[in-house]
Unconditional design. Structure first.
Length: 396
């Protein structure tokens, strides 16, 4: 096995159990290794530190599989890690009974580059790093055994794969597409999930608890849902008794699915729902010009800052939409504002929203800090896993 030798002093992050080894920390590779191969990570003095997956084209040169330098990385390793991740979800009462659930959350489950989401009897797999990609066969077998799922579909088509020197890959790994559309139930609402062409693995499972909170807050409120995608927040607001829900997105296909989702839920009052295809920034300006006002506004934009290098430009975009959000609220109104950008830290996001409130000329307070549900855990040693952050604010 090849050895990945670190520069002097560059083993400190591994001592804190951070799983990424950056190119700037590497002295060299002793021996030969292909992309995705397991290498032994050693300190400058030769002391064994970990076993990791080698990725020569990425700025993250290696991702740690195990901090036990003696552990063997093989099919049994993946079977054990995947079973443990699935069992962790089963042990949490609040996660039981959900049709849609994240089963494996990458580094936070000790499986870097590996995402697995379950929608009913279908598991969607996403492999974003060379190590996970190399172990595809073992991962699929372990997932099937741990879950008993009928189908596994791969959605390894994210842009981050190219940073690893990997091409996008999609397709069925186990079973085949069902005859009917895939529909899940979420807190009393039925939703279509497009695992082939939808965002991420087909749906935003990380907002499940926040959508339920929206339902609990919506009674008697005129609601605006920006970047609505397929209407998850919108339908929960209707279920909660919102007087009206205006939902805006730039994607016509997403809005068609949202309208279909409304039809799947005949218990909801469709006359209270309005779907608008538009650029959200332009739509917010128009709503301000038309003197529209709302009691509850949801701002859940796409990832403006995939990395820290994009943080400055992203901050401006987050600030702009939040300024409009505050200006469109009635007195006492609620703003649910989110960022899913890994390049924007939680403290920075609060500063951005605070600055937006000042620019909008209003006083506001934080009622609740919002995050992903417990099927999206964050390892204590891997703060990068806390990508979703949100604030529930109320204006005077």
């Amino acid at each position: 096995m090849a050895q990945l030798v670190l520069l002097p002093g560059k083993d400190r992050s591994l001592a804190r159990r951070h799983p990424w080894i950056f190119a700037a920390s590497v002295d060299g590779l002793r021996g030969r290794a292909r992309p995705g191969d397991t290498v032994e990570v050693v300190a400058a003095n030769g002391r064994p530190l970990a076993k990791a997956a080698w990725s020569p084209q990425s700025k993250i040169r290696a991702r740690v599989w195990s901090f036990d330098a003696d552990e063997i990385i093989d099919d049994v390793f993946f079977k054990r890690r995947i079973q443990a991740a699935v069992q962790r979800r089963q042990d949490l009462p609040e996660l039981r009974g959900h049709d849609g659930l994240r089963l494996i959350h990458g580094e936070s489950d000790g499986l870097p580059g590996l995402i697995a989401d379950r929608y009913g009897d279908t598991v969607v797999l996403q492999l974003t790093a060379t190590g996970a990609d190399k172990w595809r066969r073992a991962i699929v077998a372990a997932l099937q055994q741990a879950t008993g799922c009928a189908r596994i579909y791969e959605r390894s088509d994210s842009d981050v794969r190219r940073l690893e020197g990997l091409e996008p890959v999609s397709g069925w790994l186990l079973g085949e597409a069902a005859d009917e559309a895939l529909v899940i139930g979420e807190n009393g609402i039925r939703l279509k999930v497009d695992i082939v062409a939808g965002h991420k693995t087909g749906f935003y499972l990380d907002q499940r608890d926040n959508r339920l909170l929206t339902r609990e807050l919506a009674a008697g409120r005129a609601t605006l849902n920006c970047f609505c995608y397929t209407g998850g927040f919108s339908l929960q607001a209707l279920a909660g008794g919102a007087t009206s829900v205006l939902s805006i997105d730039s994607s016509a296909p997403a809005l068609r699915t949202a309208a279909d989702n409304l039809l799947l839920n005949p218990q909801l009052d469709a006359t209270r729902a309005e779907w608008r295809e538009d650029d959200v920034f332009s739509a917010l300006r128009a709503l301000k010009s038309d003197a529209r006002r709302f009691d509850l506004i949801i701002l859940d934009p796409p990832k403006f800052a995939p990395s820290g290098a994009h943080a400055e430009a992203a901050a401006r975009a987050y600030r702009d939409i939040n300024v409009f959000g505050f200006r469109l609220l009635n007195p006492g109104g609620l703003l649910m504002s989110y960022s899913c950008s890994g390049g924007i830290r939680r403290e920075h996001f609060q500063e951005i929203v605070a600055d937006a409130a000042v620019s909008a000329g209003c006083d506001a307070r934080i009622l609740r800090r919002l995050a992903a549900p417990p099927d999206h855990p964050v390892a204590l040693h891997f703060s990068e896993g806390e990508y979703l952050k949100g604030l529930l604010c109320q204006v005077d």
